[in-house]
Design a protein. Structure first.
Ligand SMILES: NC(=O)c1ccc[n+]([C@@H]2O[C@H](COP(=O)([O-])OP(=O)(O)OC[C@H]3O[C@@H](n4cnc5c(N)ncnc54)[C@H](OP(=O)(O)O)[C@@H]3O)[C@@H](O)[C@H]2O)c1
Ligand SMILES: [Zn+2]
Length: 339
């Protein structure tokens, strides 16, 4: 019997272990994907460190997977073996319960579990996914290039287009990491006056080459004051992994501005007076649905948007993860499933 290979975390806070398992059969409404590439996201730390209650261990992280459908479960229509698809960490939704019908799919009563978080993910040669969680990948996009679009891409693309900002509005992308380096590209191509914000000047030239019209060094002064000097931001796409850093920029919102909180930083303190005087808001943003992933892929194809990747084989998942966590990755680490 052929086996699948996965890099699994045995218990919260554990290290990756190579495991061989029987190749699983897809259940009802599921497909099995032969994974070609899977991005390594900072959010994988939730699975690796066990930062959410009730996660199932051993657990295979990975929610930026691209591959070919190689088996189809019962009650599946519209999907065929050989189709190239991506799966992000959006859970599968039923599409017909009262929450899905009202567009609040994240509250779906039949939610199928988040890939790489509450069910096994893409640090593996094979992954099962609910059909409502998978997105078709355009033929012209490369699998390794597309993998980070399944989380880093969709999250920033979708946050930007739901931020309330319009063409020409000042939008700050805070953090120039895996998410931020894509967020800058999306913001510029979505027509915003795009300002990148990061610590120091190391990433300024790169941020500008990705489309940023301006750059703020958050170590050189008060980043909120710097944004106010530009007129105040209509939206701040906050991708940093530090709560103090995120707090320090919230005051840079302009009237009716919105800070889209993407970085998972725990407790966050904002000045209520500052918010109410501007009718400004702070809003959490979770990536999106598989339809949003398809929009992200199509927009990226149209505008030539791509991540900058560092590639590791699946067997070196621990090294790849450690490199991502070190903050030294430029800018997305992607695993390929050669073995
Ligand atoms: N909401 C969602 O659906 C969603 C989806 C994906 C990821 N996330 C979250 O988004 C965050 C970013 O993920 P990522 O993969 O882009 O991470 P990443 O590649 O590690 O990038 C982290 C960014 O945060 C900055 N940063 C780190 N520590 C900082 C500090 N003390 N002060 C100021 N800036 C600091 C880094 O700046 P330097 O260059 O200076 O190090 C870098 O720009 C994570 O919290 C992740 O869990 C959320
Ligand atoms: Zn992610």
């Amino acid at each position: 019997m052929p086996k699948m290979v996965a890099m699994a975390i045995p218990e919260p806070g554990g290290r990756f272990q190579r495991v061989e398992r029987d190749i699983p059969e897809p259940g009802p409404h599921e497909v099995r994907i032969r994974v070609q590439a899977c991005g390594v996201c900072h959010s994988d730390s939730l699975s690796v460190q066990g930062l959410l209650p009730g996660l199932p261990y051993p657990l295979v992280p990975g929610h930026e997977a691209i591959g070919l459908i190689d088996a189809i479960g019962p009650d599946v229509s519209g999907w065929t073996v050989g189709t190239r698809v991506g799966v992000g960490w959006s859970p599968g939704y039923c599409g017909y319960c009262r929450h899905c019908r009202r567009g609040a799919a994240f509250a779906c009563e039949n939610v199928q579990g988040a890939t790489g978080l509450s069910r096994d993910g893409g640090y593996a040669t094979h992954v099962l996914a609910h059909t409502s969680a998978v997105a078709r990948v355009p033929a012209s996009l490369d699998s390794v290039q597309s993998a980070p679009l399944m989380c880093a891409g969709i999250t920033t693309f979708n946050a930007l287009r739901n931020s309330g900002a319009g063409p020409g509005d000042l939008v700050a992308v805070h953090g120039v990491g895996g998410l931020g380096h894509l967020g800058i590209q999306f913001a510029a191509k979505q027509g915003f006056r795009t300002v990148a914000v990061n610590r120091g000047r190391d990433k300024e030239a790169l941020a500008r080459s990705l489309g940023a019209h301006d750059y703020i060094d958050s170590d050189a002064g008060d980043p909120a004051a710097a944004l106010q000097a530009m007129g105040g931001a209509k939206a701040i796409i906050a991708t940093v992994t530090s709560a103090p850093a995120m707090q320090a920029i919230a005051g840079g919102l302009g009237p009716n501005g919105t800070m889209m909180v993407i970085g998972a930083v725990g407790d966050l303190t904002v000045n209520s007076l500052d918010l109410l005087l501007k009718s400004a808001s702070v809003r959490g943003w979770y990536s999106g649905t598989s339809a949003d992933s398809e929009d992200t892929l199509a927009f990226s194809e149209l505008h030539g948007i791509a991540p900058m990747n560092e590639i590791y084989p699946l067997a070196r998942a621990q090294e790849a993860y450690d490199h991502m966590m070190s903050g030294k990755a430029r800018f997305r680490v992607v695993l390929t499933m050669d073995d």
